[in-house]
Design a protein around this ligand. Structure first.
Ligand code: FAD
Length: 315
């Protein structure tokens, strides 16, 4: 059966949920062949089996993670040339997209980015022009490389017993040109990762100040959600930049996105409009965010958000 390569997205051995989404997607088209790069595979192999990996290519050499992303593209390029997969799936994260681009150059192929679904024949539905349009596109020659947004695909478990194959790659000098000298690991908070969360509650300029972000956090915590922010809020220093959602921030696609005190500028939409259900709380009934919401509350966030938090906490 045709193999679809899935680059496993993991942080020091902890597999990210997007990998299970990619495995689920790959199984629609053939055998899902996971590609593990770096140390830590032993602790993660059961998870890959749980989500239906038919095979795992393991490139465990620690050296592969000593350099910034380039080695990942080299491992994938080698596998594409040896195994002739039907497609390569990566996560549409900053790193995943960089790997995809580098791989495309190496194998002389094309990349579809920000894909939110894939149809027969590897036709990707992807988000273009800052998310304003969903386009269908297809790679016309070579092996399609498809970068899929986290949370775009509903995960389905399908227990398997994957075969394992060790892979070794002699890195080129080019791949060694950017060495990792220090790894900054963000402290893991109680809240889910923004790009992976099923629910995101974001605050904007309407929140009015850093001290009021506790209202957003309170609502997020009642729902088990991640906290996001508009650029107006992060630029003002009210919330850290790593939580910015939008064209120049993170792209999220949760089941539920709640925009609080956010007007809905095109650059903000670019990062959240593929969310499954969108709710906005805004005191201006004319705010553009109401054009794309499923549910809108016209009201003062300082009243609505705490009431909502209280109601959710009662359940
Ligand atoms: P505003 O547009 O000022 O909206 C605030 C909203 O809060 C208003 O609708 C108001 O009615 C409402 N409000 C005020 N008080 C209350 C209250 N008490 N209760 C309820 N509602 C209230 N923006 C991003 O978010 N992410 C990006 O990645 C991004 N990238 C950009 C890239 C470029 C190149 C450029 C030029 C801009 C980018 N922007 C981005 C900025 C974007 O254009 C907007 O300026 C920004 O999104 C506005 O943020 P906001 O909605 O929080 O603020």
């Amino acid at each position: 059966m045709t193999e679809i390569l899935v680059l496993v997205d993991h942080l020091d051995g902890e597999v990210k949920k997007v990998t299970f989404e990619l495995l689920t997607l790959a199984r629609r088209f053939g055998d899902a062949a996971a590609v593990w790069i770096g140390p830590g595979y032993e602790g993660a192999k059961d998870k890959l089996a749980e989500y239906g990996a038919a095979k795992v290519y393991v490139a465990a050499d620690e050296e592969l993670t000593s350099y910034v992303v380039a080695p990942k593209a080299e491992v994938l390029a080698q596998l594409v040339s040896e195994k002739s997969p039907a497609a390569v799936l990566v996560s549409a994260t900053a790193e995943g997209k960089e790997v995809a681009g580098r791989l495309a150059i190496k194998i002389d192929s094309g990349v579809l980015t920000d894909v939110v679904d894939v149809a027969e024949g590897f036709v990707g539905e992807h988000s273009i022009f800052g998310g304003a349009i969903i386009a269908q596109a297809k790679v016309r020659s070579g092996t399609p490389i498809i970068a899929v947004r986290p949370n775009a695909v509903a995960v389905e478990a399908a227990p398997s017993s994957p075969a394992e194959e060790q892979v070794s790659v002699a890195l080129t000098d080019a791949a060694k040109s950017a060495k990792v000298v220090e790894k900054v690991v963000q402290e893991k908070g109680e809240r889910p990762d923004l790009t992976e969360a099923a629910i995101v509650v974001s605050g904007g300029r309407g929140v009015g100040g850093a001290e009021n972000f506790s209202i957003i956090e309170g609502l997020a915590d009642s729902l088990g959600a991640a906290v996001g922010a508009s650029r107006a809020a992060t630029d003002a220093g009210w919330y850290p930049h790593q939580f910015q959602v939008g064209q120049t921030g993170k792209t999220v696609s949760p089941q539920l996105y709640i925009a609080v005190g956010i007007s809905g500028a095109i650059q903000h939409r670019a990062g959240m409009q593929t969310s499954k259900t969108i709710v906005a709380i805004n005191k201006d009934a004319e705010a553009p965010i109401f054009e794309l919401v499923d549910y809108g509350v016209v009201g003062d966030l300082f009243q609505v958000a705490p009431q909502l938090t209280e109601e959710v906490n009662k359940r």
